[in-house]
Every structure is written in C-alpha cells, then in structure tokens.
Design a protein around this ligand. Sequence first.
Ligand code: DGL
Length: 274
Amino acid sequence: MGKDPRIGIFDSGIGGLSIAAAIRQALPAERLLYFGDNAHVPYGERTAEEILAFSTGITRALIAKGCTSIVIACNTASSAALVPLRLLFPQVPIVGMEPAVKPAVEHTRTGVVGVLATRATVESKALADVVERFAHGVEVIRQACPGLARLIDEGRFDGPELEELLQGWIGPLLERGIDALVLGCTHYPLVRPAIERIAGPHVRVIEPSAAIARRMAQVLEQHGLLTPGPADGSLECWTSGEPERFHAVLEHLGLQAGPVRKGVWNQDGELILA
Ligand code: DGL
C-alpha cells in the first residue's frame, strides 16, 4: 500500500464518518485512513484514562501506517486526549473537535443555546473552557445524551425509540428558549433529520464538519502536507468491530470506500492494523 502521506481519522465508531465525508469533499486529493473503534463504543461512558489509552493506541497505529496528520473525529476523545496526544506525538499535526459553541453564540437572538453531547464531553474541562471563552453572557445549556451514540452506532438512524429519546433531551431545551442547538458529538449529525424535526424550524442545528475540513486544509498547507490535485484521493476504512456492519453504514451514507478491514487490539493494548 506504500507510505504515501495520508490523513488518519479516528472515532469510537461510525460518528467520525461525518467528518471524513466533509474532508473527502473539501480535499478530494487526500488519501484518508479511517479507524472506527466500534469494539469500544461508546467512549462517552468511559473514564478519561481509558479514552486516552485507546486514543494513544490508535494514533500510534495510524502513524505506523504512514499517516502524517491526524484528525480526532470524536468530541469525547478530543476532550480527553487532544492535549496529551500532541505532547506524545509532536511530529504529526493533530486536529481535534471542539463543540461549535462560538457559531451558536453568534447566531442566537434569544440568548439561550443548547449543546447535545456525550456524558464525558458534558463533564469535560474542554467544554467548560469553550463555554467560558465564547459564551459572552449567552446561556449555554449542556445536555448529556447517554445511549444515543450507541444507538446510532448500531445503525438506528430513525424510528420511534430514537425519536422518543431525542424528544426527552431536546423538549426541555426548547422550553427554555433555545434557538441554536450544537451537535457536540460526531455521531449526532448522522441523525440530523430527526433532530431537526424535533427542534423545529426556529432552531438552527449546528455541527462542525465543514469547519473541521477547512481547518484541516489550513493545517496541511502550513505543514507542507497538502496533496496536489487533480483529485485522486481515497477513503480506506478499518474497524475493531464487524467490517460487514461498518460497510453497510458506508453504503447508507453514500460514502465510496474499498473493503473495510479489521483492526485488532492485542493483549498489551496495542492496535494492530495489518
Ligand atoms: N463520536 C463521539 C463523539 O464525538 C463519541 C461517541 C461515544 O463513543 O460515546 O463524542
């Protein structure tokens, strides 16, 4: 497969595909290697130590496969691991996710915005810092959605169970007057139509995939890593879960990728992509 420069992208499961799709569209000449840690999803219910250990193993494996830049396409892993990973792997630029509080604050007229995220992200210092930096007097209501990432990872993008859960989280935010709703977990854009249906026409739903793709273009440029066109990029996917199921999700999302391959965690906590 060679050692061509490529962007390593990872998530606890399929959520980061919302980011991979945006990068694919914005940077069609780049070769992307995506790893979904479906064997360990959901990260949002795990400790910061576990999330850091998984993220470290994945980053090491992606670099060993020739990746020269990394995108942590997972808010939960970014909150727990972005800072330590940058210290551990200073040789590669690493881009992480940050809930899109800033555009929500710029948009709001009611002065109240909501953030949907995993429990780990809602409780993280990273989110608290973003709110402190950007809220400027706007009320930012953080709503944990336990179970939602797992449901989506199982491929349930619609249906009564999903609607009922979403209603339970979004309903109270609507009562408090939100007019912007940030999707602070990369799994959630995969059920955006259902979220928009429940949030209604007066609430702008905001997610950061296009912004991350633009950021990635800047970072690659700064590091002299941009692949020149014409487009000949690709998306190669690996999962620690079931490749067949992962492939079905790619089809559902209309993402072109070759066969999905299986990554294996060994007993020493190393991820093997072979
Ligand atoms: N996609 C993830 C995020 O952005 C993680 C979901 C999970 O594994 O709990 O937070």
